[in-house]
Design a protein around this ligand. Structure first.
Ligand code: NAD
Length: 472
């Protein structure tokens, strides 16, 4: 060992300050561990992509768009609301920055109160129980020797070689959330979560939007009905959706695409590339741990999330959906396992939620998933149009659907409609607890609420519905 490389001992090292890392740090501290959390951006990085450039700012923009669009809709229905004010994105950005700053500070406060030492620096493994932390190019690295380590370095947007990001005409999702001016015409490349959410929001704010998706439907990773409902909603907003279409390039004025009806040019002022995310694993010194990432960059882990006896990985760098709540759930497991407790990660109730219009959310497994593992399953649904509460919201698109096994035990749910993002957790709880349809049907749901649809769909499955005719 060279002088100056004398390592500092750390009990529990957490690498990354996002919803995987900061939750792991708090959970480990609660288990009695002395925790150091390192993030390349130091305290500014706390909350990760979720708080700074993902979930939170995107939901703020979607909320703004809903208010703008909603006021137009309510003016149409007779409400005395001003509907034609132009959107002031500059003021919105100021509010959003304060919102993000507040949450970032909140995470830092939580970590401080838990006794977690937060440090700035980029960490790379150099041995199986050690690594170097580089705060900046002028300072020598600090060497940290850890008893346990949880890696939660997250992911970043994937770029397209044919559409290199310039931050002006060609944007990634982070750039879009920082827009101070609304683009008049925009093409969104990718019809997954981000493409659908941002495309919907921009259309509601007043942009002319085209979505280009390579697969034959939007939201290809979700159940078929979700993509179909979202396509219909986008259509009503005037969004042009091109599926089974790939991008050829951009000439600075028009995006060239190739689809089922041949090649076309879409004239737009800006292009948003939202074709997925890639894990931040390539520069972590993983070879020092004897670990080789998958070709996708993801790190294979078991239900205990361990990479080695001392090192665990959580969040977007492990297989599964790149979702904050998945990362946080894995973080608890990793902290428990590395602190000598029994724990295991069960991904079944990771709900996927898209803040589209209508919102879509699914949890558990579908009938097709069940059949794949040899389980015979059924589904039963209740239409949103039959909900009185939905009518008062002026939102009658969608449905609530349960998937059950032969015995009526709940296996999964799909909810399409207003507040699906909130309703889905009742379904996840039902799955987690092994609830029977009778449990849901027998739970008195308050009226008038959207949640009644879960009870009604269970009653459809039990062949005694009240608000839709019983199947003969
Ligand atoms: P995604 O994987 O959901 O969607 C990317 C889409 O781009 C896919 O449908 C894919 O078929 C399409 N595509 C890929 N290459 C293409 C090309 N060259 N031309 C046209 N289409 C192409 O990825 P995303 O939308 O970028 O989101 C990234 C991750 O962020 C998601 O996996 C999700 O987990 C997370 N996220 C979650 C939420 C939420 O929870 N509400 C919201 C946004 C993002």
């Amino acid at each position: 060992m060279v002088v100056g490389e004398m390592p500092e001992g750390v009990d529990m090292l957490v690498v990354g300050g996002g919803p995987g890392g900061y939750v792991a740090a708090i959970a480990a501290a609660q288990l009695g561990r002395k925790v150091v959390l390192v993030d390349a951006d130091g305290p500014d990085g706390l909350g990760g992509a979720c708080v700074r450039v993902g979930c939170i700012p995107s939901k703020a923009m979607i909320e703004l768009a809903d208010r703008v669009h909603g006021s137009k809709e309510w003016a149409r229905r007779g409400a005395p609301v001003a509907a034609n004010e132009p959107v002031d994105l500059e003021s919105f950005q100021e509010w959003k920055s304060a919102l993000v700053g507040g949450l970032n500070l909140g995470v830092h406060t939580l970590l401080r109160r838990a006794g977690v030492d937060v440090r700035r620096g980029y960490f790379r493994f150099t041995r199986t129980d050690q690594g170097a932390l580089v705060a900046d190019e002028h300072s020598p690295p600090t060497h940290l020797q850890f008893a346990s380590c949880i890696v939660a370095t997250g992911s970043r947007p994937i770029g397209l070689a044919t559409l290199p990001r310039d931050g002006h005409r060609i944007l990634d999702s982070t750039d879009v959330l920082d827009l101070a001016e609304l683009p008049a015409a925009v093409a969104v490349v990718g019809g997954g979560y981000i493409g659908v959410e941002l495309g919907t929001a921009l259309a509601k704010l007043g942009s002319t939007v085209t979505i280009v998706e390579a697969e034959e439907r939007l939201l290809p990773t979700m159940e078929h009905a979700a993509g179909a409902a979202v396509s219909k909603g986008l259509n009503q907003l005037g969004v042009d959706v091109h599926t089974s279409t790939t991008v050829l390039g951009d000439d600075g004025a028009a995006l060239s695409v190739s689809g089922p009806s041949g090649e076309a040019k879409i004239e737009v002022g800006c292009i948003i590339v939202a074709v997925g995310r890639t894990p931040n694993t390539e520069d972590l010194g993983l070879d020092a741990l004897g670990i080789t990432p998958q070709p996708s960059g993801l790190l294979e882990v078991g239900p205990d999330r361990l990479l080695t006896r001392k090192v665990a990985a959580v969040g977007d760098i492990t297989p599964g959906p790149a979702l904050a709540h998945k990362a946080s759930a894995e973080a608890h497991v990793a902290a428990e396992i590395l602190s000598g407790h029994r724990s295991t990660f069960n991904p079944v109730t990771i709900a996927t939620v898209v803040f589209s219009d209508p919102e879509v959310a699914q949890t558990g497994i579908s009938v097709a998933d069940a059949r794949e593992v040899g389980v015979s399953a059924h589904k039963a649904s209740f239409p949103v149009a039959a909900s009185g509460r939905a009518r008062t919201l002026g939102a009658d698109a969608g449905m609530c659907e349960w998937t059950t096994n032969e015995e009526g035990i709940v296996l999964g749910a799909l909810i399409i409609g207003a507040h699906a993002s909130e309703l889905i957790s009742e379904a996840s709880l039902a799955i987690e607890m092994g609830a029977h349809l009778e449990d849901i049907a027998g739970t008195i749901h308050p009226h008038p609420t959207m949640s009644e649809m879960l009870q009604e769909a269970a009653m459809v499955a039990l062949k005694r519905p009240v608000h839709v005719p019983a199947a003969r």
